[in-house]
Design a protein around this ligand. Structure first.
Ligand code: GTP
Ligand code: ZN
Length: 372
């Protein structure tokens, strides 16, 4: 059932149309970025009659004009693409309607965009071990800042009593009254119809959630066997049919765009680390009163933590937890790294393309530089 994809199917609207006007005059074409290969991007590009899936690279001006990483194009962005021959170069990024991001680890002032122009961010969790109101609270902060609508799905309802499911839903609604909360069981095929309701033409839904909560099972159940990667649908050019690269943006044939971005998994990691640190801010405050700023809180003289322990204002178990904090965060990072390695194996094929594009990119950048 291949059919023609329009830019509206992919989320194009009057906001982008207006912003695109100056670029249309240059002969550039609108394109939406489907994935980030670090050096190149995969995109779907449109002209009046047709669409095509292409690999494209960043134009020098866009790169140099970006003040921070967050200004650079990201998955979900609409861009103005300059297509000449086999080359496709991003000449501009259209203003975003929403921007789901987190602060990059390490450099706390740098923001990392996980997905641009998502209309809905859907958090999948369960009333069991994955359930954490504190983590949800962090997610809500990020989603609110993004401008997208927050939806929480409590999956695996079959494993819990009705009361347990409803209590969890009520707690989440209390935490964020604007959030829509749904109880589902993929196993028993319950509650999924309402989720399908979010997948409408032109609507971009980003899925986030811990490993094992049932995201893949849910996507399969919601979209069935009908979905195809966008590139598979192009019968005119036949392009993209056999590409094996991972796509982060999935176009659903009955309407709607799903983003299942590996980068989105990092947000959970970051959130957990933040929560771990936040839960010890009182002790961190106390530690700042230690005589030596590099106090190991062991035998060092003038240790404020040991003093608090001695006078009973600090609990020994909490201090132990605090001292183990860095270990715990290192553990979290190790787990994340493992997952990343799996993802990287999948992306291995991309690397050849990346290397080629890096050379291309350097060529193009030197071409763009004003000659002395
Ligand atoms: N009991 C029960 N099990 C479920 C349900 N949904 C999913 N599962 C099971 O949970 C396990 C994990 O499901 P996945 O879909 O792989 O989870 P995921 O969130 O995609 O995990 P990652 O791919 O690691 O991010 C599988 O064994 C599923 O069969 C549910 O509603 N009830
Ligand atoms: Zn100390």
């Amino acid at each position: 059932m291949p059919r023609k994809i329009t830019r509206e199917d992919l989320g194009w609207n009057s906001h982008f149309e207006d912003a695109f006007q100056p670029y249309a005059k240059q002969g550039w074409k609108p394109a939406r970025l489907l994935r980030d290969n670090k050096i190149s991007y995969g995109c779907l590009v449109f002209d009046e009659k047709d669409f095509d899936e292409l690999d494209c690279i960043l134009g020098g001006k866009v790169y140099h004009d970006a003040e921070t990483d967050a200004d650079l194009p990201a998955v979900g962005d609409w861009v103005a693409l300059d297509v000449t021959g086999t080359e496709a170069i991003i000449r501009a990024r259209l203003p975003r309607q929403t921007c789901f991001s987190r602060k990059a680890s390490g450099n706390s002032s740098e923001e990392q965009v996980l997905v641009a122009n998502a209309d809905v961010v859907m958090v999948i969790t369960e009333p069991g071990p994955d359930y954490s109101l504190r983590r949800l609270e962090r997610y809500f902060t990020l989603i609110k800042r993004s401008g997208a609508k927050a939806v929480v799905v409590l999956n695996k309802a079959d494993l819990f009593t009705k009361a347990e499911n409803e209590q969890a839903a009520a707690e989440i609604r209390e935490l964020n009254p604007e959030c829509e909360v749904h109880i589902t069981s993929v196993l028993e095929n319950k509650g999924l119809k309402v989720l399908r309701g979010y997948m409408k033409k032109g609507v971009t839904v980003a899925l986030i959630g811990s490993s094992g909560v049932g995201k893949s099972a849910m996507v399969n159940e919601i979209v069935g066997d009908e979905w195809q990667w966008v590139g598979d649908v192009n019968e005119t050019t036949g392009k993209g049919r056999h590409t094996t690269t991972a796509r982060e943006l999935i176009l659903l044939p009955r309407g709607g765009i799903l983003v299942d971005n590996p980068g989105i998994k990092e947000v959970q990691m970051w959130t957990n680390e933040t929560i771990l640190r936040e839960s010890f801010t009182d002790i961190e405050d106390l530690a700042s009163q230690c005589k030596y700023h590099d106090c190991k809180h062991g035998k060092d003289a003038g240790c404020a933590l040991r003093a608090a322990l001695a006078d009973g204002t600090l609990d020994a178990a909490r201090l132990e937890g605090f001292l183990k904090l860095e270990d715990e965060i290192a553990q979290l990072k190790k787990r994340q790294k493992k997952r990343q390695m799996t993802v990287e194996r999948i992306h291995k094929r991309d690397h050849k393309i990346k290397a080629r594009n890096r050379e291309d990119r350097i060529d193009i950048e030197s071409d763009l530089k004003p000659r002395a």
